[in-house]
Design a protein around this ligand. Structure first.
Ligand SMILES: Nc1ncnc2c1ncn2[C@@H]1O[C@H](COP(=O)(O)OP(=O)(O)OP(=O)(O)O)[C@@H](O)[C@H]1O
Ligand SMILES: [Mg+2]
Length: 695
């Protein structure tokens, strides 16, 4: 605490306690914010047979106010209005499926604008994408965290992404320490988050860490979907207490909540009860009792009002033909009378425009990311850090996380080594005969395609990480390009190890030719293949929705690549209408490169004398006959052919295999270029897809 005064004055992000403690006399109460929404309506088209997904529909107020709705439409929100203020918590309640998440999504700007009817304003001004993103945070229901980072590390990385670079590392650490205190995580600060395979923090702690990562920059608007679900009542209460502290520091907190305990209900500021998308109650928790008394179902004294209200609504939904509609109608009347009573006591509207209000909040330490970048309210920058810092931070995080899960890399190394050892022992010491040539071709085709199969291991990692990525970029924690770059940089070093491991196990055992320079090229082409393969899988992970589908696609496509690589059918024998696929085949280039690497030595001989008959009808005849045939051939050609005359050189093999269209270095280049190409595609997919919004 000793240095908190300094920090408050400097950048003000030191948290609510410090502000209250240090500046009580000089600081006026927090800048008032009112998030109001009127007549929100949202209608979707129901899923129909044969049609994938649900198409968005333009919901309008006119549509919402009439009851007639086409059969294939479903109304998720029906004229919902309300107001959430800073300093108090706004809770949306209702049975499962009543539209709670939908409402919070709509308020948080996570519903595409065309589909939503009604208006959402902050201090009277409509909220738009970029500004909304900069000042708000959305805490999702599931905790998406890196399992092998500790609580403190997780929050520190969040701080590095979200807090401005003008803050010193010490200041960021300080903000994290405060947040850890605020979230009640001091005891778990150095424990890893954990996952199914590793023991980590408890569920309640995990929840709070997850909230912490989203509120690190002290947002003005905070949306949470069921922050207490799955927690015991003590943990749930603790989470809600934390949220109240945040609200009191001048934020608008909107959340959905399932069955709050009486204790939690007591500290909620305002409730909105939904039933099938309609408001059935809006007001304070204390107002529940008079409301239900007046409606004719008084709440018994010993009962939790929230539970009672939800049960009553559920009964109404089940019993009456028009469900809870009477209650919704009754509520509308009740609201009107309440309005008459409270209108006089309403605080006057804020004299500040939204822009000024945000600037004022920033000056007082809210939105830590925005501090230090000038005085204009537009100074809330889209990204807190420059590109290089983002990339570096992402690399550090990925590295920390993977370093603590060595088994993942171990698995990949194991896979490639097992394949390497099997290949090395099957194709042990290949000789320079026609059979040896065939076996070499088999070894190369198998080896090169293995490089691509090995990369599929990475698929689940990327698919899983995608959710974290989506969440982080949804609130501009970093640029998409940073993620792509960091991802490429982090994935590279393990590939070097894998490539060397495979090359070392097989090159000498199989007896490939060319010595050190050839070995080096062999390693390089394997590395390039792994690079291209991992790029391909990364790209795929962004396109496919599920891991299983990803595997299916990888296996199928790689099989085609191998089929068209030139191993099963030579290039000059592939029909013209398929030749394009041959050039698209990722396996073609490394396969061709290793063949050239192996067979480029013109002085090496792969069939001498009668060996040329191996595999032909003459091959099975006695040696003397073969010699005679050989001599006859020699006479026809006008050359002296003996048992030691070389009839097939390396160059001949290359010609036979039709792998002479590109040189080996060109093949290496193309393979490596594929890796870059797929990573560029990956970036494009990230840019156009994953808007993280409902239609
Ligand atoms: N695309 C859609 N097409 C049809 N119905 C939908 C669609 N999306 C959501 N719904 C329905 O809208 C209703 C409201 O969903 P929402 O997720 O808001 O419920 P919720 O109140 O958050 O429920 P829970 O407490 O279970 O999280 C549900 O009945 C759901 O089935
Ligand atoms: Mg929900």
């Amino acid at each position: 605490m000793a240095n908190s005064g300094h920090i408050v004055v400097d950048f003000g992000g030191a948290g609510e306690d410090a502000r209250r403690e240090l500046l009580p006399a000089v600081t006026p109460p927090p800048v008032p914010y009112v998030l109001s929404f009127t007549d929100l309506s949202y209608t979707v088209r129901k899923r129909q047979d044969g049609l994938r997904g649900c198409l968005p529909s333009r919901a309008s107020n006119r549509l919402a106010s009439t009851d007639a709705l086409p059969n294939n439409m479903k109304r998720l929100l029906d004229g919902v209005s309300g107001e959430a203020r800073d300093g108090e918590m706004f809770a949306v309640m209702g049975a499962s499926g009543s539209g709670k998440s939908t409402l919070v999504d709509a308020l948080a700007g996570r519903v595409a604008r065309g589909s939503l009817g009604g208006a959402v304003t902050l201090n009277g001004e409509p909220l738009q994408g970029r500004r909304l993103r900069a000042i708000s945070a959305y805490v999702m229901q599931d905790d998406l965290l890196y399992p092998m980072l500790t609580v403190r590390e997780t929050l520190l990385f969040a701080a590095e992404f979200r807090l401005s670079r003008v803050l010193s590392p010490a200041a960021k650490r300080d903000r994290v320490d405060r947040l850890i205190d605020q979230l009640g995580l001091a005891n778990a600060a150095d424990t890893v988050i954990g996952d199914e395979g590793h023991r980590g923090v408890s569920g309640g702690e995990r929840r709070r860490v997850s909230i912490g990562t989203d509120i690190i920059h002290d947002p003005i608007l905070l949306f949470l979907d069921e922050p207490t679900s799955g927690l015991d009542s003590a943990s749930a209460f603790m989470v809600v207490q934390v949220l109240r502290t945040i609200a009191r520091s001048g934020s608008v907190v909107v959340m959905t909540i399932h069955q709050p305990s009486s204790r939690i209900l007591g500290i909620l500021g305002r409730l909105l009860l939904l039933s099938r998308g309609r408001t059935v109650y809006a007001g304070t928790p204390a107002g529940l009792k008079p409301f239900f008394s007046e409606y004719g179902t008084p709440i018994p004294d010993n009962e939790n009002p929230a539970e009672f209200a939800l049960d009553t609504i559920r009964e109404l939904e089940g019993s009456k033909p028009d469900g809870s509609k009477p209650l919704a109608v009754f509520n509308a009347g009740w609201q009107a009378t309440q309005k008459l009573i409270t209108d006089g006591s309403k605080p006057p509207p804020s004299p500040l425009t939204l822009e000024m209000a945000i600037a004022e909040s920033v000056a007082r330490g809210k939105l830590v990311a925005g501090s230090g970048t000038g005085t204009a309210a537009t100074s809330v920058p889209t990204y807190a850090n420059p590109l290089a810092v983002e990339v570096w931070t992402l690399i550090k995080r990925a590295f920390t996380n993977t370093r603590r899960m060595p088994e993942l890399f171990g698995l990949r190394l194991g896979t490639i080594m097992v394949t390497g050892v099997i290949l090395a022992t099957i194709f042990l010491r290949l000789d320079d005969t026609p059979k040896g040539v065939q076996e070499r071709l088999g070894f190369f085709a198998m080896g090169m395609s293995t490089m691509f199969y090995v990369c599929a291991d990475a698929l689940p990692v990327f698919v899983q990480e995608r959710h974290i990525y989506l969440r982080e970029t949804a609130h501009n924690a970093y640029r998409r390009i940073s993620y792509v770059l960091a991802n490429a940089v982090v994935s590279f070093p393990p590939l070097v190890v894998l490539a060397l491991a495979f090359a070392a196990t097989t090159f000498f055992a199989v007896g490939l030719s060319g010595g050190a320079s050839s070995f080096l090229f062999f390693s390089l082409i394997i590395l390039a293949s792994l690079w291209a393969g991992s790029g391909f899988v990364t790209f795929l992970s962004a396109v496919v929705p599920h891991v299983m589908l990803g595997y299916t696609v990888v296996v199928a496509i790689l099989a085609y690549f191998l089929l068209f690589s030139g191993f099963f059918i030579n290039r000059d024998r592939i029909p013209d209408y398929w030749i394009w696929f041959h050039y698209m085949s990722l396996v073609k280039y490394p396969y061709q490169a290793v063949l050239q690497n192996e067979f480029s030595d013109a002085s090496r001989c792969f069939a001498r004398g009668v060996e040329m008959f191996d595999g032909t009808p003459v091959g099975g005849m006695p040696e003397a006959i073969k010699m005679k045939v050989l001599q006859a051939i020699g006479e026809t050609l006008g050359a002296n052919m003996t048992a030691s005359t070389c009839v097939v050189t390396g160059a001949d093999v290359l010609k036979q295999q039709a792998v002479t269209d590109l040189g080996k270095w060109m093949c290496l280049l193309v393979t490596a270029a594929f890796g870059f190409f797929f990573r560029a595609l990956f970036y494009v997919v990230l840019l156009v897809g994953s808007k993280n919004k409902r239609k």
